[in-house]
Design a protein around this ligand. Structure first.
Ligand SMILES: Cc1ncc(COP(=O)(O)O)c(C=O)c1O
Length: 374
């Protein structure tokens, strides 16, 4: 069978062999319940807590500020619900290009609790309009700002520091969806003025079904599930020890190789852009100042070709995404692209290509050949 090419790391990433080894070890040897007081339980509990400490060290925060969750989606739902139900938040400022984990949660909160919901304007570059955000924050009403660091469809980046400072000036809480960037960029929580972050291990070469929330010390949270005393009583339920250990291992490796991987992947991205421009002169790259592992582009193909393009690439064993993975196969244009593209451009074929350190220039050559023969 010919080589398969995976260029969809923004949807999910391959598991690193060291992560698999770590998880197998834990599954085989550390099956005790972390709540048990005997040696089996204590050993599992030690693994959970050492994983938390190791993640906290990379983020320069306290381990008590990290709560393990099943996903980024769960973490975001918990934080936003808690803010409205228990932290006195009367207004949320977000954007229409957030991941549905945020967008659908804020819309549900608006409907159920009648909070004010304001969307910050998005510029044609895919960036938020910082002046508009500043204007919105001038209204004196207990506010939470929820804006993502790296957009999963187009890769545009938020100036987290700038937004955090604005929020501080206006005494607003700040939740940042860092699912696409955490583990793939340096985040120092001593320096970054954010109140909440969310993470998902499967985006940084860890297992699926595990993530975490960062909640800055001093913010009072209510449990997302009731039951046992796990996660300080905030998320009752027996811990998935192997997934937690696998996530910590992946986070560790991600940080160990961060600079090398960032340089290598940035180089691949530049090569891909060069090749796309050389082979399809009318191509349009979507978004400016995008994250180093994501490219989103529009190809100058007819509508008939558009329908077949993903299918043809898939037949050739090349995996890329159209907009967001959650949207593939949907006939509705992506909610993100709808915010920044004209109706005419929305009809054209749009692809998201996303890389990781296991990709090579050969993968990109195969993508280009695949697109040329579509
Ligand atoms: C930016 C962003 N936020 C949130 C999520 C949801 O994370 P999870 O898959 O852990 O629920 C994703 C996943 O695609 C994402 O890309």
């Amino acid at each position: 069978m010919s080589k398969k090419v995976y260029l969809d790391s923004a949807a999910t990433t391959c598991l690193l062999p060291e992560v698999i080894d770590e998880m197998v070890q834990v599954l085989q040897n550390d099956y005790g319940n972390p709540s048990s007081t005997h040696s089996f339980g204590r050993s599992s509990k030690t693994l959970v807590e050492s994983s938390r400490k190791s993640i906290a060290k990379h983020l320069n925060c306290s381990s008590s500020e990290l709560i393990f969750t099943s996903s980024g989606t769960e973490a975001t739902n918990w934080i936003l619900n808690n803010a409205v139900k228990h932290n006195g938040i009367k207004r949320i400022i977000s954007s229409k290009i957030e991941h549905h984990a945020t967008l659908y949660t804020v819309l549900a909160l608006q409907k159920e609790y009648n909070i004010q919901l304001d969307f910050v304007n998005i510029l044609p570059t895919g960036s938020i309009d910082y002046n508009h955000l500043s204007e919105l924050l001038n209204q004196e009403i207990p506010t939470l700002v929820s804006l993502m660091h790296v957009n999963n469809e187009i890769g545009t980046q938020l100036d987290v520091s700038k937004v955090g400072k604005l929020c501080k000036e206006h005494k607003a809480l700040f939740h940042c969806d860092t699912v696409q960037s955490i583990g793939k960029s340096k985040i120092d929580l001593e320096l970054l003025p954010v109140d909440f972050l969310v993470a998902s291990a499967h985006k940084f070469h860890g297992p699926k079904g595990i993530g975490f929330a960062y909640v800055r010390k001093g913010i009072v949270m209510q449990p997302m599930t009731y039951g046992g005393a796990q996660e300080k009583g905030l998320r009752a339920g027996t811990e998935a020890v192997h997934q937690i250990a696998g996530m910590a291992k992946a986070f560790d490796l991600g940080h160990e190789n961060l600079e090398k991987d960032m340089a290598y992947i940035s180089d691949l991205k530049n090569y891909c852009i060069e090749q796309l421009l050389a082979n399809f002169p009318d191509i349009r790259i979507v978004g400016e100042n995008t994250f180093y592992n994501i490219i989103n582009f529009i190809l100058p193909f007819s509508e008939a070709k558009t329908a077949m393009m993903l299918f043809n690439l898939d037949i050739k064993g090349i995996a890329v995404s159209r907009g967001s993975a959650c949207q593939s196969g949907s006939v509705k244009p992506s909610h993100v692209l709808s915010e920044i593209l004209s109706d005419e451009n929305l009809k054209k074929p749009n692809l998201r290509v996303s890389f990781c350190h296991t990709n090579t220039k050969e993968d990109i050559d195969m993508l280009i050949e695949g697109l040329k023969s579509t």
